[in-house]
Structure formats: C-alpha cells, structure tokens
Design a protein around this ligand. Structure first.
Ligand SMILES: CC(C)(COP(=O)(O)OP(=O)(O)OC[C@H]1O[C@@H](n2cnc3c(N)ncnc32)[C@H](O)[C@@H]1OP(=O)(O)O)[C@@H](O)C(=O)NCCC(=O)NCCS
Length: 206
C-alpha cells in the first residue's frame, strides 16, 4: 500500500464562513484532544462502531485529508479520508471518504459540503483520479450532498453495514473516465464489473 504521509507543513490558516464556523486541517500534534473529539462525534452520528485503531489507521497515514469544522473551540463537523492506488500499483489513485458527520444542531448549513470539498481539493492536489465512498441507501442528506458535488452511483452493496442496511458506492471522477485505468469497458463513467450494464448512462444504480 502506498501511503500518503501526513504533511509536515503547518495547518493552513483557518477559513471562516459567515456563521463564524472555522475550518481546520487535522493537526497530528493535537492528537490527544482532536482524536477524542472526532471519535465522540462520529460514534454519535454514524451507525458503524469503529474502534480506536480505525481512527488511527486513517489519521496516522492521511491526517492531511481530515478536515474539521469548529464553532469557537467546539468540533461541529468532520471528514476523514484516505488516498491510495485502487487495485494495486498502476491502478487509479483513489481518494476515499471514510467518515463524515456534522453535529445535529449545525446541519443544513453547508458544513459537510465544505468539508468534503476541502478533502477533495487536497486529494486533487495529490493527483487523485477519483474519489469513492459508501453511504446507506436511505441516507437522503448524504446522497443529496454527494450527488450535488458530482458523485455517481456505481454499485448497490446489499446488507453492507453492521446494522444490516444496504449501501450505494458513489464515485466522483476527477479526470477523464476513459483515460482512467479503472473505467468501464462500455466507455461510461462506471467501474468495470461494478454495475449492471442494463443501466442508462445518467445513473448507474436505481
Ligand atoms: C450527512 C450529513 C453529514 C450532512 O451534513 P450537513 O452539514 O447538514 O450537510 P450540508 O448542509 O452540506 O448538505 C446537506 C444537504 O442535504 C439536504 N438534506 C438534509 N436532510 C435531508 C433529507 N432528509 N432529505 C433530503 N435532503 C436532505 C440539505 O438540505 C442539504 O442540501 P441543500 O444544500 O441542497 O439544501 C449530516 O446529516 C450527518 O452528520 N448525518 C449523520 C452522519 C452521516 O450520515 N454521515 C454520512 C455518511 S456517508
């Protein structure tokens, strides 16, 4: 696995939105404070029970792809990602959004959209070809957010989650799908073998 190391460069100047929400890149030197806050927020909002090792797996290797939203010092949103070749060396460089959550009282204000955009920009800066993720088929807010950003449904994953719910795999192609190594044979922007070829070309999975 080709890991992207945490950037030694300092956290960029926090950006502010009109509500005084500030956006920050995860700072490994603040792990003792930030990791607990991230874990606590995500365990409240996501159905999957992740162990501390899962957080460390992502944050030790790809802390530069984790962004946080704060209201003063309070963590109100977070995105956690990774970036590595898909299907081994030579495959497309695939970014992955592993976790995303906004505190309930702060939802619907564009916070998660901004966090995902920041993660995608960081992946693009490292030459990512595509970005993937899974989300529950019933998660209307997440589907709306990601599809608004250009993600396409590539596959339905039956009973994917621990709670028995199914997922959609969503993919955002950052470069020409034909030029990408993992593109579908039929020339559509899907993944070979990852979707039903009876699809129409506007939406891969109904
Ligand atoms: C999904 C989640 C991260 C979105 O956070 P957020 O900060 O509210 O996101 P944004 O405000 O950027 O965008 C959410 C969009 O979904 C829409 N939305 C919210 N609830 C919705 C619903 N029930 N049905 C349809 N759309 C909905 C919002 O209106 C908004 O779209 P708009 O900007 O076009 O109006 C948040 O709901 C959350 O933390 N949920 C629990 C954890 C989770 O499901 N994470 C995603 C796992 S992939």
């Amino acid at each position: 696995m080709s890991a992207t190391h945490i950037s030694p460069s300092p956290t960029p100047t926090p950006s502010k939105d009109e509500d005084e929400i500030t956006y920050h890149r995860y700072d490994p030197s603040q792990e003792s404070v930030q990791l607990d806050a991230i874990r606590s927020m995500i365990s409240t909002d996501l159905s999957e029970p992740y162990s501390i090792y899962v957080y460390r797996y992502f944050l030790y290797q790809w802390g530069d792809l984790c962004y946080m939203a704060r209201d003063k010092s309070e963590l109100v949103g977070v995105v956690v990602g990774k970036l590595e070749p898909h299907r081994g060396p030579g495959g497309p460089l695939r970014g992955y959004i592993a976790m995303l959550a906004t505190k309930e009282a702060y939802r619907g204000r564009g916070i998660a959209t901004k966090l995902v955009q920041m993660a995608i920009e960081a992946m693009k800066a490292q030459d990512a070809d595509e970005v993937a993720l899974e989300t529950e088929t019933t998660n209307a807010a997440a589907l709306k957010l990601y599809e608004r950003l250009g993600f396409l449904r590539s596959k339905r994953l039956h009973r994917y989650y621990f709670n028995g719910n199914s997922a959609f795999r969503l993919i955002l192609y950052l470069k020409s799908p034909i030029a990408g190594a993992g593109g579908c044979e039929c020339g559509c922007p899907g993944e070979e073998g990852e979707h039903d070829h009876s699809h129409n070309h506007e939406q891969h999975v109904a």
